[in-house]
Design a binder for this molecule. Structure first.
Ligand code: F0G
Length: 487
């Protein structure tokens, strides 16, 4: 296993008074005021009970006006800098050949290092194009766990998604520092079973979202690259949260302590053949994404396809101003202090919960804290959607919005139609970048700790409506017996 730098001491046994806050490298110039409606919701439990019942106990179906602190997602919800807003005013909205496209192209080549760029309106559009171009029906695509949109596009293109993540990734209590690693033996087994010609690419995600925001190590990635080279399998990265992965490498992997995040990002990309990115995370924008690669043939095909689904290849579904904001965000995202402060804020929330004995996924992830619903509500079976129930109960308790990441998100097996029962049954509290402060983390932690104290009184849910794909967005539920969580 990769040698770790002081990992145990830094993350595992830090006492509350020893936790070191890293102040962020910015000051606040503009704030977003909460509405009267939001403040009423914050102060009135009955209104929250009413709101969540109306939303079918699905936090995705709440209106923003009904939410006090919004940890639903870190996607597109971060605060842009003055520099990015200034760039928005320099949007060149020419249909073809916008200046901002060339700025974005320069940023992607300069920071990530890929030769060719195809912009898209967000990450899943890039995933769609990559899956359609590389997969033939009947293929198998190995992945280090799954992300909902990544898997659905692989399956829609006719592939079988195969998990080759290490076992520790599925264990919320394991302190493995690199739970995003690929189990090379599992991958070798797959190559042996289906043959390399049925594996169009290895799909590797940085800072694996569904595992709890967990990184892979450089050591694992370079060995993966070697194995894939031996079998001529391209390595395609989901680099949606790449800088957080790079930061964990800097902190945890021997030999990287003195490297800059920017250098580590570059090195990660150098082991891969292409990337899909949702710019709504790392790149600090409200909308945007891209596909980038080194292979000219793939680039030309992707460029031909983007005009069918997204728009001309020099805007890919984005306004010029959006491309400019993303280009500037890409330079800001790799600044060491920015990443350190961002991850530190998430760790602070995780730390407060760990100190109170609340079961969460460890190590604390880069973008979110994940409550472990199996240990939080052990009396609720997976068939009664404990994470869904817990996310709804947290909303009722506090007006804080998180998201289910368990059996509902995992959906149904496309062949058998049966529910996939993931080992991880979680509630994600994703922290938007540069948008909240320490007081918010403390408020959220206190609400969760209150809930944990009365956890035995929580009840499960039954599903009364679902969609065929990505059902977690729109599914509706009803509490099984009485109310969600007594006061
Ligand atoms: N890959 C990962 C790892 C993601 O987390 C997401 C989005 C995507 C791809 C798709 O990008 O939303 O721009 O189309 N994750 C959001 C989330 C939705 O809340 O985690 P997108």
């Amino acid at each position: 296993m990769t040698q770790c730098v002081k990992f145990e001491a830094m993350d595992k046994d830090v006492k509350q008074e020893d936790f070191q806050i890293i102040p962020p490298p910015y000051r606040i110039k503009v704030v977003e005021l909460l509405s009267k409606e939001q403040m009423d919701i914050a102060n009135n439990r009955e209104r929250r009970e009413e709101a969540i019942a109306k939303a079918g106990y699905n936090t995705f179906l709440l209106k923003e006006d009904q939410v006090y602190i919004d940890f639903l997602t870190d996607s597109g919800t971060g605060a842009m800098s003055d520099n990015q807003w200034a760039g928005m005013m320099l949007g060149d909205e020419a249909y073809a050949g916008s200046k901002n496209f060339y700025n974005l192209d320069k940023a992607v080549r300069g920071v990530y290092g890929y030769r060719y760029l195809v912009p898209t309106h967000q990450g899943r559009a890039a995933e769609h194009i990559m899956s359609e171009l590389l997969i033939r029906p009947g293929d198998s695509v190995p992945n280090n766990m799954y992300f909902t949109t990544r898997r659905v596009h692989q399956e829609l293109a006719g592939a079988t998604w195969v998990d080759v993540s290490i076992d520790e990734a599925h264990d919320p209590e394991s302190w493995h520092p690199f739970k995003g690693n690929v189990d090379l033996k599992k991958l070798q087994g797959l190559i042996k079973d289906v043959g390399r010609e049925r594996i169009p690419y290895m799909s590797i995600e940085s800072n694996v979202n569904m595992a709890g925001g967990q990184p892979f190590s450089m050591d694992n990635l370079s060995s993966l690259r070697q194995l894939c080279d031996e079998h001529k399998i391209p390595v395609m990265l989901d680099g949606t949260r790449l800088v957080e992965n790079a930061y964990f490498i800097q902190r945890r992997e021997a030999g990287y302590e003195n490297k800059m995040v920017r250098q580590i990002v570059r090195e990660i990309c150098s082991y891969t053949d292409g990337i899909t990115v949702s710019g709504k995370k790392d790149a600090l924008v409200n909308i945007g994404g891209f596909l980038a690669c080194n292979d000219k043939k793939l680039f030309l095909e992707a460029k031909a396809m983007v005009v069918v689904y997204e728009g001309l290849h020099t805007y890919g579904g984005l306004a010029g101003r959006d491309m400019e904001a993303m280009a500037r965000g890409i330079y800001e995202m790799v600044q060491d202090r920015h990443v350190a402060a961002r991850v530190n804020q998430v760790e602070y929330l995780g730390h407060l919960l760990l100190q109170a004995g609340v079961p969460i996924v460890v190590p604390v992830g880069g973008h979110a804290v994940f409550l472990d619903a199996k240990r939080f509500l052990p009396h609720i079976p997976q068939e009664h959607y404990p994470s869904q129930a817990l996310s709804a109960a947290l909303y009722v308790e506090s007006g804080v919005r998180g998201m289910e990441r368990g059996v509902v998100s995992s959906g149904r097996d496309p062949v058998t139609g049966l529910e996939r029962k993931p080992k991880l049954e979680l509630v994600r509290l994703a922290v938007p970048r540069r948008a909240y402060g320490c007081a918010d983390m403390e408020f959220v932690a206190q609400a969760i700790i209150r809930l944990y104290k009365k956890r035995k009184r929580g009840c499960g849910l039954k599903m009364v409506y679902e969609t065929e794909r990505l059902r977690f967005f729109q599914a509706r539920f009803k509490p099984i017996g009485g109310s969600l969580m007594e006061r």
